[in-house]
Ligand binder design. Structure first.
Ligand SMILES: Cc1ncc(COP(=O)(O)O)c(C=O)c1O
Length: 471
């Protein structure tokens, strides 16, 4: 029974270095969810046509982030991304997007029959996806004048930030809007130790998951409009399509509570304390010999414009372990649950709700593990540039997902046109997009990811891949 399992977890001492940002310790005086779970009764407004209390609360969120208008979201950033793209670009149009965008951006392309043009994040020395550059965006905009909007992810899942202000300037010079998927940056701009929020840097729409890095329930998010380049009425209309018609008042009250926490005077103290703990942790972790906690100083200006200090990326290859091995050890020996593992690193997500005791436990665990060499040495590091290669697009994404298809063994797939997504989860970024031709290097990369124990989604249990059926 799920409820029992969750209760059991709550009773263990497993520490959550993962989402949601309330760290299972949200405000202790929050009401019993059943007592406040209502529908749109009198005096409680209607999220899809807000005029009363929900309008006032959304305006409060807009004021906190400096947006023109904000929408509460209860279906995650996912529905905000779908709505913003749908409102920004006409059906059948073209968008320029980071290849490292979340699957919701690809889904928007599918639903609205958009043609995606890609910019690729730069590779970084430690195998993370770096920023998308102004130069690459400018080049693609010049080469494809039909592009109707640009979508980038900043920060990335790992915390890498792109130069949003300069990108916005270039995008606006072409007379089109910039949409920033800031799902991992709801805490940006709330303290000087974190990068500025895209809402203040010229982005036209910014979508942030409050549940990821702030104390709020899973599924809660915000969509901010910061200019008139994306029509607000169209955005609201599409939210009415993509978002439930029964928005949970429990979730909305959770966003409200979170926004108030961010606003109140104590927020500054909370953030000061969090930043101080992060600094101390990073300073002490600097003494590790084999493991390495990456910081802004580990990225060149070409690799990252900025880096979120709240993301603890623990590089493991120097210790003779894969990211997955380190993640498993941290859980089984130290009861520390990480957010995710990649080939050579582990990601711990932190928030203003983390405790000194949690950080100390992580530090002690890393110090101990640093002393013990892993069994496997010279782990292969898969670079994003190896995983997310430029592919030949043979068919529009929305056509490829709907045409006749057949399964083929992955080994035999090169040359065929992919009819499904193949991606690593996390972070959910496609290696292959429907309509792209499978190549031998891409097939080999997928095999390498599986051999490293990474979770490859999109293949059948027998290892087959769906491809467009040959006539
Ligand atoms: C970069 C990025 N964008 C968007 C999303 C979707 O956010 P949500 O889970 O709030 O729908 C995610 C989720 O992991 C993400 O990592």
């Amino acid at each position: 029974m799920l409820e029992r399992r969750l209760r059991e977890l709550a009773e263990t001492d497993v520490y959550p270095f993962h989402m949601p940002g309330h760290k299972r310790m949200g405000p202790q005086d929050f009401p019993n969810p059943y007592q406040i779970d209502i529908t749109e009764i009198e005096n409680f407004d209607n999220l899809h046509h807000s005029e009363g209390i929900l309008k006032a609360e959304q305006d409060r969120a807009a004021a906190i982030y400096g947006a023109k208008q904000s929408f509460y979201l209860v279906n995650g950033s996912t529905c905000g991304i779908l709505a913003a793209i749908s409102a920004a670009v006409k059906r059948g149009g073209t968008i320029l997007m980071g290849r490292n965008c979340h699957k919701s951006v690809y889904n928007a392309c599918e639903l609205r029959q958009l043609t995606p043009v890609y910019v690729y994040p730069v590779d970084t020395e430690y195998g993370l996806q770096g920023q998308v550059t102004v130069r690459d965006i400018e080049a693609q905009l010049a080469a494809h004048p039909q592009i109707g909007a640009v979508v980038i992810t900043s920060p990335t899942y790992d915390g890498v930030v792109s130069d949003v202000a300069s990108i916005a300037e270039v995008v606006h010079r072409h007379g089109i809007p910039l949409i920033v998927d800031e799902a991992h940056g709801a805490h940006f701009g709330l303290h000087p130790a974190f990068p500025e929020n895209a809402t203040m840097l010229g982005a036209d729409a910014v979508i942030m998951s409050v549940h990821k890095t702030l104390p709020a329930f899973t599924q809660t998010a915000l969509l901010h409009l910061c200019s008139d380049r994306i029509p607000a009425e169209e955005t609201a209309r599409f939210l009415g399509i993509y978002e439930t018609s029964s928005p949970s008042y429990v979730l909305m009250a959770g966003i409200d509570r979170c926004m108030r926490m961010m606003e109140e005077e104590r927020a500054a103290q909370r953030f000061d304390c969090y930043v101080q703990i992060l600094r101390e942790f990073r300073q002490k972790a600097g003494g590790l010999s084999h493991l390495k906690v990456l910081g802004a100083e580990d990225f060149s200006p070409q690799e990252a414009y900025a880096f979120d200090p709240g993301k603890l990326v623990i590089e493991a290859s120097g210790s003779g372990r894969s990211g997955q091995e380190l993640k498993e050890l941290l859980l089984s020996r130290y009861s520390l649950q990480m957010e995710m593992a990649s080939g050579n690193y582990v990601l711990a997500m932190t928030s203003v709700m983390d405790t000194m005791a949690g950080f100390e436990r992580l530090l002690r665990a890393l110090e101990e593990l640093d002393e013990i060499e892993g069994a496997t040495t010279a782990k292969q590091v898969l670079r994003p540039g190896d995983i997310y290669r430029e592919q030949e697009c043979c068919m529009r994404l929305s056509d490829a997902v709907e045409c006749a298809r057949e399964p083929v063994a992955l080994a035999d797939a090169p040359g065929r046109i992919c009819a499904c997504y193949v991606y690593l989860y996390p972070p959910g970024i496609p290696i292959l997009v429907p309509g792209e031709r499978v190549t031998e290097p891409t097939r080999d990369t997928i095999c390498a990811c599986m051999e490293m124990g990474l979770q490859v989604e999109g293949l059948s249990e027998s290892g087959c891949i769906e491809v467009v059926k040959m006539e």
